[in-house]
Every structure is written in C-alpha cells, then in structure tokens.
Design a protein around this ligand. Structure first.
Ligand SMILES: Cc1cc2nc3c(=O)[nH]c(=O)nc-3n(C[C@H](O)[C@H](O)[C@H](O)COP(=O)(O)OP(=O)(O)OC[C@H]3O[C@@H](n4cnc5c(N)ncnc54)[C@H](O)[C@@H]3O)c2cc1C
Length: 345
C-alpha cells in the first residue's frame, strides 16, 4: 500500500469530509472503517441542511451559517470529482406560522436581514396550496438558507471523490500510522472518549426516519411540529426523526415510525396517499456541549478528533472539514473555542 500523509478513522460524513478536504489539497489520505462507507449515522435518508433561528447570535450559529453558505460550491466540487450526485439543492424551507407568532416571526425576519448579511432571507408569506404544511394563521415562514442533500448518496459521492484523488478507503489499518490520525468515529468514538476520561464526554442519540415514494424534488423542505419533511432530488421524500436517548438496537425501527408517518400526513395533506418505501435508523453523535467536537485529540498526541455532528452533522461537515484540514496541513488554527474537544471534557 502506498504511503499516506493522513489516516482517518471512520467513513461517515465527518471522516469522509476531512479526508476529501485534505485529498483536494494534495494530501495522500487513507480512510479506515470496518463497517464501510456510511455505516453509521451518515448512511441515512433525511438530510436537512437547515439553519438555526436567526436570534441570540453566537460562534456556533456564525460557523453554521458559513458552513451552509459554503455547502453549494463544496458539494458541487464533490460531484464534479466523483461523477455522483449528493442530491444537494438549496430549495429553502417552509414552516407554519403559529397563532400569535407573527410579531416574533417579523422580529426574526429583521434579525436575519442583518445576521445573514443579505445572503438569505427569513420572511412571512401567504400560505400556498400543494406541497406545504397546514397553517392555523394562513401564513408560513419561509427561509432561503435551508438546503437538502441525500445523506447516503452524499457519502457515496465523497468516497468516490476521495478515490478519484488517489485516496484509499479500507476496512482495517495495516499497521499503526506514524503521521496524523483523525478520529471521526461517531457515537462509538464518544463512548471511547468517555471510557478514557473520568466523566461523560458525549453519547449516542438514536433517530428513526421514513422514506416515501413522493416526488416533490423542486419544492422547499417543510418543518412542522418538530418534523422534517425533505423532498429529495431522486423523487423520494424523507420524514424525520425520532430522538431516543435510551435504545437497545441502534439500527432497528419500530412503531415510532408509524407515529412519524401519521404526524407527517396530518400536517401535510399532500402526503396522504404517498407509499412508504423504507424505514431507517441510526445513532447521532452528541458531544456534551452539543456542539461539534473538532481539534487535537485530548488523549492521543498527534491525533485529532472530528465528531459531535449531532442533529446538524451534514450542515456542519463542509466547514468542519476545511477548518480541520487548515490545522492539520497548514498549522492554521481557526477552531471556535466551543468546538474544541476540551470543551466537552
Ligand atoms: C434519523 C437521523 C436523522 C438525521 N437527520 C439529519 C439532518 O436532517 N441533517 C443533518 O445535518 N444531520 C442529520 N442527522 C445527523 C447526522 O446524520 C450526523 O450528525 C452525522 O451523520 C454524524 O457523522 P459522523 O461521521 O460523525 O458519524 P457516523 O456517520 O456515525 O460515522 C462514524 C463511523 O465511524 C466508524 N467507526 C466507529 N468506530 C471505529 C473505529 N474504531 N475505527 C474506524 N471506524 C470506526 C463507524 O463504522 C461509522 O461508519 C441525522 C441523524 C439521524 C440518525
């Protein structure tokens, strides 16, 4: 096997994105994952790249904004290198405007005009028929920052892009790598860090989702009553997700998917007759801070961590990857303090 500059443990969206960011800059990379590409939380079906509420600004929100704005060109480059579509589209989002919520929505619209620097809008619009949620006020909140991709397709595209740049993706490491190693090992990685530390560093939060045979590919995604309804470029529509702290089977689905589907149909009449294609479950990596965990490994000298994507891992992955590549390859450290692994120790 050819020598490599960087080894990445974990072929989820975090590991693959770091490997891609480094390979693109000329590094020789090897990704190691016994489960293969997208074996963990990243191999799913939901893929909302949706922003925070534009208020109470903080470094995490600023970083997320930059990552969401970076995403279009970033995924385009992945598609160009791989010949595979990640299913990215900045198609926006609609949410119902709840009764009595107009003043708050208008205040957020004003905030967005400043905080999002004119690069996206948050506004109140009249409700439309067709692919839209029911709304008690006859109005909807619309934003143009939200985008979507198809998680499993995005991982496949990243893997192909890495290989196209000469990178390797293998199930086992041949021998201990002498250079930098990035641990992007998802919730199992957070468990391992917790074992190496004296208290909880992070945990896995299970989620289940449902995929429907419903083609709304050019329509905005919907966010209603905590549900994400995501029309994909391939003519499917995903509904997500449950949030489960306790679970025995990390990838099993159960009656909670029936509840997701019933709620989606109640809120979005257009989905009433849509046929169910499949159900999916995975475990999100949540760091103690709930922020991404990025930077020098706290217990392994010369190693790094890329973890903690939790519910917004796909939205954060592009900038997390570029920021870690800056540190590893160029020694440039622009990691927000709240993201450093020690913040979760
Ligand atoms: C139901 C559901 C819906 C979601 N919806 C969204 C959404 O709409 N938008 C969004 O942005 N995010 C969403 N997420 C969250 C997103 O999927 C995660 O944040 C993201 O996938 C985390 O990526 P990761 O690479 O850190 O972890 P993972 O994808 O879990 O990857 C970790 C990898 O490490 C491997 N591994 C473990 N131990 C080792 C080891 N010792 N050596 C080598 N490899 C190892 C595993 O096999 C796995 O492949 C959702 C998650 C779920 C479960």
């Amino acid at each position: 096997m050819a020598t490599v500059d960087l080894e990445v443990r974990g072929a989820g969206v975090f590991g693959l994105s770091v490997a891609w960011a480094c390979a693109r800059r000329g590094a020789r990379v090897r990704v190691v994952d016994p489960g293969g590409v997208g074996a963990g939380a990243s191999g799913g079906i939901v893929g909302a790249l949706a922003p925070h509420v534009p208020e109470q600004w903080n470094p995490k929100k600023a970083f997320q904004l930059e990552s969401l704005l970076l995403a279009g060109g970033w995924w385009q480059a992945v598609e160009a290198a791989s010949g595979l579509s990640p299913g990215y589209g900045r198609t926006g989002r609609l949410q119902p405007l709840v009764a009595g919520g107009e003043a708050l929505a208008m205040a957020r619209a004003e905030n967005a005009a400043t905080l999002w620097q004119g690069r996206a809008v948050w506004e109140v619009v009249e409700a439309t028929t067709g692919f839209a949620p029911l709304t008690p006020t006859g109005k909807l909140i619309r934003d143009t920052l939200s985008a979507r991709l198809h998680p499993a397709h995005a991982c496949a595209a990243l893997a192909a892009a890495i290989r196209a740049h000469g990178g390797q993706i293998v199930p086992t490491a041949e021998s201990p790598h002498k250079g930098p190693v990035v641990w992007a090992t998802g919730w199992q990685g957070l468990k391992a860090l917790t074992r190496q530390h004296s208290r909880m560093v992070g945990a896995g939060i299970k989620g289940q989702a449902v995929l429907l045979d419903f083609d709304a590919r050019d329509q905005p995604q919907l966010f209603v009553d905590g549900l994400h309804v995501i029309p994909h470029a391939d003519g499917t529509t995903a509904i997500g997700s449950t949030t489960e702290r306790e679970f025995d089977d990390p990838t099993g689905t159960d009656a909670q998917c029936d509840a997701l589907l019933a709620a989606a149909r109640a809120h979005v009449p257009a989905l009433a007759e849509a046929r169910e294609l499949r159900r999916w479950a995975g475990v999100r990596p949540r760091a103690r801070t709930r922020a991404p965990m990025l930077g020098a490994h706290p217990f392994r000298t010369g190693h790094f961590v890329a973890n903690g994507g939790f519910k917004i891992g796909f939205g954060m992955a592009p900038l997390c990857a570029e920021t870690l590549a800056d540190l590893i390859l160029d020694g440039r450290d622009a990691i927000p303090d709240a993201f450093r692994p020690e913040a979760s120790l």
